[in-house]
Design a protein around this ligand. Structure first.
Ligand code: ATP
Length: 350
């Protein structure tokens, strides 16, 4: 069944393949989406983390590891099943780029993009080339001229971020709380509301869709306002952005054209700058919208984001375009299924 030239399975029958992901992040949605498209699925779980996948009955098969260092063992099983791996935020975080790049199993998405989105300098080059408005960055604490958000590299889910208005304030917090951490970015703090825009770009139709929007529910940024300003001061609370959940958002309709245009430019530029096939599949522009309705992008995620999870049965946007409930997980499965049937599998793999 394996064609020599492609070293990809030659079958055009979707039932000869399975959709696979790691048991975390947006796996429920991905597995459910595969089922909705009539494809089999498999989830790889760390022992003890399988409860949700069993309870919701979304998985056709569960493979287990004691630790993610054993992934390569389980990958052999995935290859045997013609599994197509759907990466998500936890998958990339737990595996690391090098192991993802070296993976033999089929992988949905462009591996070349990984470096561009994880390296802050390259990410900025890409987004600036796409004419995306971004918060200013300050090279050193001494250059801080306005409030900045201090981001430590590799801080999962906003953990440890803090706000500083000056070099003194920066060093006071950093030296006291994070004396060992020296890899950080100082980004202008944009005053506005966070909006996460979820896109899907199909390499098969070359069409960009906006799937949904969310905002995050963060501790304790989202709880500080629940107590009096005086109490905030006396309790000496630092704002932190540990993500706890996601909340659906519908944005002002008049802003949609700009969001579409931003997504178009990011995809177009990725083809020129980032190598490989460029950006395709799901991605997210993480934005702050100011009171003047300016949209600043502080980060791009080049894969499915957990903010799509509230839309397992579709969003107010996908309801307009599709007759059936269309989540981002299902949309991924649909492109994979179509690619298999049309003999274009290579176009959706990295
Ligand atoms: P992930 O990589 O999982 O998306 P993260 O750890 O990189 O998350 P961010 O999403 O970058 O964290 O940011 C955490 C929080 O900080 C978000 O609520 C976001 O709104 C806020 N934030 C980030 N950058 C800025 C900025 N420049 N101005 C204002 N708020 C910001």
């Amino acid at each position: 069944m394996v064609s020599k030239k492609a070293s990809l399975p030659a079958s055009k029958n979707p039932s000869d393949y399975v959709i696979a992901t790691m048991g975390s992040h947006s796996a429920l949605q991905i597995l459910h989406g595969a089922r909705q498209e009539g494809m089999r699925n498999v989830v790889v779980c760390k022992k003890g983390a399988e409860r949700a996948y069993k309870s919701y009955g979304v998985a056709d098969e569960i493979l287990y590891v004691d630790d993610w260092s054993e992934w390569e063992k389980v990958e052999k099983e995935l290859v045997k099943r013609n599994a197509i791996i759907i990466p998500h935020g936890s998958f990339i975080a737990y595996m690391g780029h090098d192991r993802v790049k070296a993976m033999k199993a089929m992988y949905f998405g462009t591996k070349e993009i990984l470096e561009w989105e994880s390296n802050r300098t390259m990410e900025r080059q890409w987004l600036e080339a796409a004419d995306i408005k971004m918060p200013r960055v300050f090279a050193t604490p001494e250059e801080i001229k306005k409030p900045v958000i201090v981001k430590f590299h590799g801080a999962g889910g906003g953990f440890g971020y803090f706000i500083a208005k000056s070099a003194e304030q920066f060093y006071e917090v950093k030296n006291r709380k994070y004396p060992e951490q020296n890899d950080f970015a100082l980004q202008e703090y944009i005053v506005g509301v966070p909006i996460y825009a979820h896109y899907f770009f199909s390499p098969l139709t070359q069409e960009l869709e906006i799937m949904s929007f969310d905002k995050r529910y963060e501790s304790n940024a989202d709880s500080i306002g629940r107590i009096r300003a005086e109490d905030q001061l006396s309790a000496n609370i630092y704002t932190s952005y540990t993500i706890v959940g996601n909340i659906p958002v519908v944005i002002r309709e008049s802003m949609l054209p700009e969001f579409f245009a931003m997504g178009d430019r990011v995809v177009k530029t990725s083809k020129k700058m980032c190598g490989g096939k460029g950006l395709f599949g799901p991605f997210c522009l993480e934005c702050i919208v100011t009171r003047k309705l300016e949209i600043f992008v502080f980060e791009i995620s080049a894969r499915i984001v957990a903010g799509t999870n509230p839309f397992v049965e579709g969003s107010p946007y996908t309801a307009l375009r599709y007759k059936e409930p269309m989540s981002t997980g299902r949309r991924i499965a649909r492109d994979i299924k179509t690619a298999i049937k049309q003999g274009r599998l290579r176009e959706v793999l990295g």
